[in-house]
Design a protein around this ligand. Structure first.
Ligand SMILES: *Cc1c(COP(=O)(O)O)cnc(C)c1O
Length: 389
């Protein structure tokens, strides 16, 4: 589909290739392999001389539809779908790096990403330096001659720190490295990192792209040279592939991505504003609030503030747990990106295994709660939180 269509149109119609049956909705191709018309055609497909499907570990039309649709939304030349967000990050590193290479990564990234870089990749001779904070000077100081990737999530989880994507891209390119942005929290509806100079965008499609908490999926996007020769070559051999079923579910979920992100962001802003006025609350973290330290940068980079709100409850862990335990509507679960609102106490769950000192350094206090705002009525959500506050 041509690039001249707007994002909301591409979200509904991007990547469709109809079969001979003329189906209106996207077809789901549940098949492990594809049949060739002759020995010569089989040989041509295997040697890449003829484009076409071969085997669903590396080509499937339903997965291709998802890849084309997401590529159109992110403005990317190429997209590779993966089985989960973590396998997207794994495939990027395995496809592009080798022993002796170095990663500079934000300390405020998804917990499993920290484990993957700091523990698993370390066993294969890839070292990672974790940077605390958003200051470019800190990132600059962590770069060494063998640095190949700068990795960031913005806004970060759970404190919603906002990182300057174009400044980090300039820094990476000056050092001969690639900037990788995990765009899970914003989705392309709110933020397009490739437009700001990032080289690679990562998605956990499990979150807002599906949007209804049904399946796992992921994606890696960027220039053809980087994505095809590096990431796809690894995926084709190693097989952390997205299933056709999950690809279909996520593709259909993406049709409502725009209206969900807009509605959930608007609700999050209203909830954050309300929380700021509650006497039991110490501080609210939300990029859409003027009180956010990087509000101006966030509003330059993002269309809206997103749907994640964090806040410190006065009285520490006891008070925070009281809020959690008094909810009747909001789900107590670490997932996010769902139409159902969720609440977590990071210090005892997602960030429970890091030392209290490291948690303190990261600004994750015992009174901190994170709410991922869904599509329920806002008054119901406020009442659900007010009960424990
Ligand atoms: C959930 C998440 C991931 C990992 O995605 P999975 O689909 O669970 O593997 C990566 N990054 C961010 C920001 C996430 O929220």
């Amino acid at each position: 589909m041509t690039q001249s269509f707007h994002l909301d149109t591409l979200a509904v119609r991007g990547g469709i290739e109809r079969s001979q049956f003329g189906e209106h909705s996207e077809a789901m191709y549940l098949t492990s392999s594809f049949v060739f018309q002759s020995a010569a055609q089989a040989a041509a497909r295997f040697s890449y001389q003829e484009p076409g499907n071969v085997y669903s570990r590396f080509t499937n039309p339903t997965v291709t539809t998802f890849e084309k649709r997401l590529a159109a939304l992110e403005g990317a030349e190429e997209c590779i779908a993966t089985a989960s967000g973590m396998s997207a990050i794994l495939s990027t590193v395995m496809g592009l790096l080798k022993a002796g290479d170095h990663i500079v990564c934000s300390a405020s990234v998804f917990g499993s990403t920290v484990q993957l870089f700091g523990t698993v990749m370390k066993r294969f001779g890839i070292e990672t330096s974790f940077v605390t904070g958003t200051a470019i000077a800190q990132w600059q100081a962590a770069i060494s001659p063998n640095t190949k990737i700068l990795f960031v999530e913005t806004p970060s989880n759970p404190l919603t720190e906002v990182f300057d994507i174009s400044a980090l891209a300039d820094l990476a390119h000056g050092a001969g490295a690639l900037l990788v942005v995990d765009n899970c929290f914003c989705s392309p509806v709110l933020q397009r990192p490739l437009d700001m100079g990032a080289d690679i965008v990562i998605h956990s499609a499990t979150k807002y792209l599906d949007g209804q908490g049904r399946v796992l999926g992921g994606a890696v996007l960027g220039k053809k040279s980087v994505i095809h020769d590096g990431v796809y070559s690894f995926l084709r051999i190693a097989g952390p592939t997205l299933s056709a079923f999950n690809a279909w579910v996520i593709t259909k979920g993406m049709e409502t991505l725009g209206i969900r992100m807009a509605a959930q962001s608007a609700a999050a802003l209203e909830l954050a504003t309300w929380l700021e006025a509650q006497p039991g609350i110490e501080r609210v973290y939300y990029p859409g609030l003027p009180s956010h330290p990087q509000h101006a940068l966030a509003m330059r980079q993002q269309k809206l503030g997103g749907a994640i709100v964090a806040f410190d409850v006065k009285g520490g862990k006891e008070s925070a747990w009281r809020v959690v335990d008094n909810t009747r509507l909001i789900s107590i679960t670490a997932n996010l990106g769902d139409t159902k609102s969720t609440i977590t106490h990071p210090a005892s769950t997602t960030h429970g295994r890091i030392s209290p000192q490291a948690r303190q350094a990261a600004g994750i206090g015992d009174g901190l709660l994170r709410v991922a705002v869904g599509l329920e009525n806002l008054q119901d959500l406020k009442e659900d939180l007010a009960r424990g506050l």
